[in-house]
Design a protein around this ligand. Structure first.
Ligand code: NAD
Length: 466
């Protein structure tokens, strides 16, 4: 098995020998597209095996399609992204000129999370390859079949000194994050994100941290409640809530809470008439994560919350089959763990609010979320909510779909992450913007050479006056 350090050394010397040209990068991206298409079915089954049941359509819609979209977008625009950009110089420097060149950083490390094990590993690699880097990916050990398949796919597509996958558990991940990469992108929890950032600091390696948090969905009283409820519950129940940008909790006008509680079970029952034998309803990744969700629920119940489990066919759902029923939680309070930790499962706390200002204050009293969902048809109110809240990204009148836009930067803020990728934003993250100043044959700066005399003093007093 290849060691991360050996692979890194090989990639570093390869990257110093010559940076991949435009043609090399397009060829690499097209090979990646081809191999993903050739292995589409294997990818779907590996991910499903890791989950012991993940909806095929969710793997296609939320992993493969956006990954292919990123490749195709990069191929379409790479030429213009790579183009050096001329910028004006200050008039004092005329006739010199200046430009910005986008240079590959070198070797990029990617530490991926398990919940979307294709999109969160290959996705960032696309930006890194487009930017002309060499790339090593360390998938999450929590999705081992997908991790093994990724290693196999990448190995047969790229030489290991260009793009490689390293697999292993926490100790491999720790070693990996201590390598002197030219850029490191980590996706996962804030707890591990801090460890990764600490390890990277030793090498002054720049990091992009894609973390999580509690993303609110806020519904205005005037917005059609059924439409909002359908979209929020769909976003919450994709991948059984194991989505970093899933709506974590719902802020609903107090006067509409009853109506929501009446229609939400109907909506869920229509989407998932059964849970256990239903291939559309994804399972919880492992028993440990199942127990975490069960503890969150018990803790909330013990502290006075009321849980409404939606299990239309009254099936057995437990740690053994890892089917966790969609659950609404009422009467939640700040001392409950479910209102402190990111839920990352199909539990939706319903928090009633009196006025829109109260709801905004509630959001602003908490750490900046990765995503915010606001449901309202009034554009000035939408703009007001956008201006008064801070979040990694926003979808208005739906959930999740800002993530699928290759033109939008994706990334959190503060505790939900730092830095961006997707489309040109990934290309820029993995590029060094090199400023180049080209001096003219004649330069006015020669008038400022010592010995300083009257001309230099006159020029300087003119420049200081402005
Ligand atoms: P995980 O367990 O899949 O771990 C992510 C990566 O960190 C893995 O590659 C793992 O090997 C590595 N790792 C583990 N311990 C390490 C250590 N000590 N040093 C270095 N690396 C280490 O991820 P997770 O934490 O279970 O993922 C869930 C979290 O990820 C949630 O908070 C979720 O919101 C967040 N997330 C964020 C995004 C995003 O794009 N912002 C996407 C998915 C998940």
């Amino acid at each position: 098995m290849m060691l991360a350090r050996d692979c890194f050394e090989a990639q570093r010397s390869a990257s110093r020998r010559n940076a991949p040209s435009y043609r090399d990068r397009i060829a690499a991206l097209r090979s990646l597209e081809r191999v993903l298409l050739d292995h589409k079915d294997n990818i779907v089954s590996a991910i499903s095996e890791d989950y012991s049941g993940r909806a095929t359509e969710e793997t296609l819609a939320l992993e493969l399609v956006p990954t292919l979209g990123e490749i195709r977008d990069a191929c379409r625009h790479l030429k213009s992204w790579m183009e050096p950009r001329s910028v004006p110089v200050g008039w004092q420097f005329w006739p010199a000129s200046a430009r910005i060149e986008m240079q590959p950083k070198g070797v990029v490390g990617i530490l991926g999370a398990w919940n979307y094990p294709l999109f969160l590993t290959i996705g960032p690699a696309i930006g890194a390859i487009a930017a002309g880097n060499h790339v090593i990916i360390k998938p999450s050990e929590v999705a081992p079949r997908t991790a093994a398949l990724l290693a196999q796919i990448i190995e047969k597509t790229f030489p290991s000194d260009y793009v490689a996958v390293i697999n292993g558990g926490t100790s491999v991940a720790e070693d990996f994050s201590s390598l002197p990469f030219d850029h490191l992108l980590y996706t996962g929890s804030a707890r591990v994100g801090k460890l990764v950032m600490k390890a990277a600091a030793e090498n002054l390696t720049p990091v992009t941290l894609e973390l999580g948090g509690k993303s609110p969905a806020l519904v205005h009283p005037d917005y059609p409640l059924r439409t909002a409820a359908e979209r929020i519950l769909t976003g919450k129940l994709y991948n059984a809530g194991q989505t970093c940008v899933a709506p974590d909790y719902l802020l609903i006008p107090r006067i509409r809470q009853e109506e929501f509680l009446r229609i939400a079970p109907q909506i869920v029952a229509r989407m998932y008439p059964q849970l256990q034998e239903n291939p559309d309803y994804t399972r919880i990744i492992d028993a440990a994560h199942y127990r975490t969700l069960a503890h969150l629920l018990n803790d909330a119940r013990q502290k006075g919350a009321q849980a409404i489990q939606i299990n239309p066919a009254k099936e057995t759902c437990d740690e053994n089959n890892r089917v966790f029923p969609p659950t609404l939680l009422l009467d939640v309070t700040d001392d409950m763990n479910v209102m402190r930790d990111e839920i990352f499962g199909p539990i939706l706390p319903v928090v009633p609010y009196q006025t829109l200002n109260d709801a905004i204050d509630y959001i602003n009293a908490r750490p900046h979320p990765l995503a915010l969902y606001y449901f309202d048809s009034n554009s000035s109110r939408v703009n007001n909510v956008l201006a008064r809240t801070t979040a990694g990204g926003v979808t208005v009148n739906d959930c999740i779909f800002h993530v699928g836009q290759t033109r939008l930067p994706f990334g959190g803020i503060g505790p939900s992450g730092m830095g961006h990728y997707h489309g040109v934003h990934g290309f820029e993250t993995f590029s060094k913007k090199k400023g180049v100043f080209l001096e003219g044959r004649w330069t006015p700066l020669s008038l400022l050479r010592p010995p300083y005399g009257g001309i230099a003093r006159r020029i300087l007093s003119f420049l200081v006056r402005g």
